[in-house]
Design a protein around this ligand. Structure first.
Ligand SMILES: Cc1cc2nc3c(=O)[nH]c(=O)nc-3n(C[C@H](O)[C@H](O)[C@H](O)COP(=O)(O)O)c2cc1C
Length: 321
C-alpha cells in the first residue's frame, strides 16, 4: 500500500538516462553475477522498470566454477570467489534468454574468457540473438592463460586487443568492465575506448583475503582469496569514476560498487556516471534495484526537479529523507 502510494506520487518524474545509444527508463542496472543468469529477479519486480539486467559473465564453454565455500560475509559487504560458473552461451540462449526477453528488460550480456579467441567465440555464439540484446559487457578481470595468467584488464594492449576483436565480430555496443586492481585503470580504459568500446564499467571487485571468524583459516574454498564487494568499496569505486570522468569527459561511465541506496546511486551520477549497477545489495533485498530506482525518483521530486537531468544540473543533493 505504502509502496504504491509513493509510486503514484512520482509517476511524473523522469529518471531516464542514455547508455549504449539507448534511452533507459532508469539509471539503475543489475551488476553481473549477482542476480543470476536470466530472469531470476522477475518474481520480485518488473525487470523492464529498471535500466537493464546484466547477466552473469558467460563463456563459450560450460564452466564449473570454484570449490565451496564461494562467498563469505564481511562487516562491509562480502568476499567471493565464485569462479564464473556458467552454462555457456549456447545453453544460456536456449534456457535463460527466452524468459528474460519476455520480461521486456534491456539485456546486457557479460562475456569472459581465458584467451582472446575465447571472447571472440562467445560473441560469435551470441550473433543469432543479438536483436534481443542491448550491449556486450566485456569482463576483463580474468587471467590471460597465454600470458602467464596476468589479468587481461591489467594490461592496456591485451584489453585493447580483446575489445578490437570483439568489435570486429559483433555489431552490439561494447562496454568494458574495468579491474580496480591496477593503478593503470585510466590507461587501460583509454586503450579500450580507442579500440572501440563505448562505455566504461567501473568497476569489478577488489582482490582481498578473509579468514573465518576466530580462525586463521581462509573463509573461501580458494585459499588465495577473492573479490571484495559491497558498501565498503563505494568510496574506492567512486574515486575511479571521478578519475575516469576527468580523463574521458562525455564518455559513458557506469558506476559499480557498494550501491545500497538512491543516495549512493546519486553519488556516482554526480561524479559523471550515466548509470549505476547494484550487486551485493541484491543479496540483502532482491527488490532493491526497483526500490533504489523509485527512491531516485523520490529524491528528484524532493529537490523540486522534474527529471534526473534537472537534478544533476542543479548540482545539489536533496536533504535527507
Ligand atoms: C557473488 C558475486 C559474483 C560476481 N560475478 C561477476 C561476474 O560474473 N562478472 C562480473 O563482471 N562481475 C561479477 N561480480 C562483480 C559485480 O558485478 C560488481 O562489480 C561488484 O560486486 C561490485 O558491486 P557491488 O559492491 O554492488 O556488489 C560478482 C560479484 C559477486 C559479489
Amino acid at each position: 500500500m505504502k509502496a504504491s502510494l509513493k509510486k503514484s506520487k512520482t509517476d511524473d518524474i523522469d529518471v531516464s538516462t542514455w547508455l549504449y545509444g539507448r534511452r533507459l527508463p532508469s539509471p539503475v542496472m543489475s551488476a553481473s553475477g549477482t542476480s543470476g543468469h536470466g530472469a531470476e529477479l522477475a518474481g520480485y519486480f518488473d525487470l523492464s522498470a529498471i535500466g537493464a539486467v546484466v547477466v552473469k559473465s558467460l563463456s563459450h564453454f560450460v564452466h564449473e566454477g570454484n570449490p565451496a565455500p564461494r562467498v563469505g560475509v564481511l562487516p562491509t559487504g562480502m568476499i567471493n570467489s565464485v569462479g564464473l560458473p556458467g552454462p555457456g552461451v549456447r545453453r544460456w540462449i536456449d534456457e535463460y534468454l527466452p524468459d528474460l526477453t519476455r520480461t521486456g528488460a534491456n539485456v546486457v550480456v557479460s562475456v569472459w574468457g581465458r584467451t582472446k579467441a575465447d571472447y571472440v567465440k562467445a560473441v560469435e555464439q551470441l550473433a543469432p540473438v543479438s536483436s534481443q540484446l542491448m550491449a556486450v559487457e566485456i569482463n576483463v578481470s580474468c587471467p590471460n592463460t597465454e600470458k602467464g595468467g596476468e589479468m587481461f584488464g591489467h594490461d592496456s594492449k591485451e584489453t585493447a586487443a580483446i575489445v578490437k576483436a570483439v568489435s570486429q565480430t559483433c555489431d552490439l555496443p561494447i562496454g568494458v568492465k574495468l579491474s580496480p586492481n591496477t593503478d593503470r585503470y585510466v590507461e587501460v580504459a583509454g586503450a579500450a575506448l580507442d579500440a572501440g568500446a563505448v562505455a566504461l564499467i567501473a568497476s569489478n571487485t577488489y582482490l582481498g583475503q578473509a579468514h573465518k571468524r576466530d580462525s586463521n583459516q581462509p573463509m573461501l574454498g580458494t585459499s588465495s582469496g577473492g573479490g571484495v564487494s559491497g558498501q565498503g568499496i563505494l568510496p574506492l569505486s567512486l574515486r575511479i569514476v571521478r578519475e575516469l570522468n576527468k580523463a574521458f569527459p562525455g564518455c559513458d561511465i557506469v558506476g559499480v560498487g557498494g550501491v545500497h541506496s538512491a543516495r549512493d546511486a546519486l553519488a556516482y551520477l554526480f561524479e559523471g556516471a550515466s548509470a549505476v549497477q547494484v550487486g551485493t545489495a541484491t543479496f540483502v533485498d532482491p527488490r532493491i534495484l526497483y526500490r533504489i530506482s523509485e527512491d531516485v525518483k523520490w529524491l528528484v521530486k524532493k529537490q523540486g526537479a522534474q527529471s534526473l537531468k534537472e537534478l544533476l544540473a542543479k548540482k545539489s543533493m536533496p536533504p535527507s529523507f
